[in-house]
Design a protein around this ligand. Sequence first.
Ligand SMILES: Nc1ncnc2c1ncn2[C@@H]1O[C@H](COP(=O)(O)OP(=O)(O)OP(=O)(O)O)[C@@H](O)[C@H]1O
Ligand SMILES: CC(C)(CO)[C@@H](O)C(=O)NCCC(=O)O
Length: 295
Amino acid sequence: MGNTNASLAFVSFVEGSTARAEGAVPVGGVSAIEILATWGRDDDEPLRVQEALAGPGRLGGAGQGRRCAAISAVGSHERERRLVERLGSLGWDVAVRPEAGLVMEIHHPETCGSDRQYAMRAALEDGWRLRSEAVADGAGERLQVLVVDAGTALTVDAGVLRSGAAANGGAEFVFLGGAIAMGPGSLAEAITARGARLAPFEVDPDVPALGRSTVEALRAGASVGFRGAVRELCRGVSMEAFGGTRGVLVYLTGGARAFARAAVDETFPQGFRDSPHLVHAGLALAIRSAGSSSL
Ligand SMILES: Nc1ncnc2c1ncn2[C@@H]1O[C@H](COP(=O)(O)OP(=O)(O)OP(=O)(O)O)[C@@H](O)[C@H]1O
Ligand SMILES: CC(C)(CO)[C@@H](O)C(=O)NCCC(=O)O
């Protein structure tokens, strides 16, 4: 559940698989992510979920045995509660915001949004897999990850993989923090709510900076202005977390990705990974590694 939209996905794992689900980040064993439904804040959430789960043949073999669901939510606790209740009444065991499995190197980690944490978990795990494929002994290589999530909010977060630091000699996925700003739709809503003579308008990612009417000028501010925020936050967070932008593995996710692509591309000549389902993938990984303890 995001701030504006929510979606329900079915995630399959095939052990040892590195198959790329279309548009999805192919994190450890995630072989497919199928979006079953998406809906807005005002829709009847429990009903949409119930309808999606009832779809014919949707869940493959998952109809048999134990039914496990997990929820990432940054929306209201009331929305979350209604969803958990409905899934429970349909016979699902529900894990609500299971531990993302990150070492949180920020003040007050308990206030950090679950979407930020799951996206970072998926990105770091994917980076780890990529690195171990590229170098036989990747232990000495640094893995620095930046996650850009453009939606209702814009978040730009930094993370690193710390090898061999954990008590068991394994790797630690470390969340270093980042920035929270407004997405393009929020910018548009905010300015028309505060500007007495400004009528509501639709945002568009492909507009010039030079608007020749009020609405064009507003679109320019929301879209071109948003790109500026993305560029500046990507550069700033990378510089402060990693000392530069080179060698950083960058992931872009969120419903407003189209508004952020050009700025991310300009900032990182090494390119970036367009990963629409990063939060779902991270949630699935979190629940899998937590095993039955979170269910
Ligand atoms: N075609 C589009 N036209 C205009 N805005 C769009 C379009 N597609 C996405 N957006 C923007 O994306 C936002 C929704 O993004 P997303 O689907 O990631 O929602 P969300 O998950 O609720 O957001 P968040 O992750 O910040 O909670 C909208 O508020 C709007 O700003
Ligand atoms: C920042 C948002 C709104 C992004 O969806 C969400 O992750 C959230 O509500 N976070 C709580 C505050 C924090 O992440 O520090």
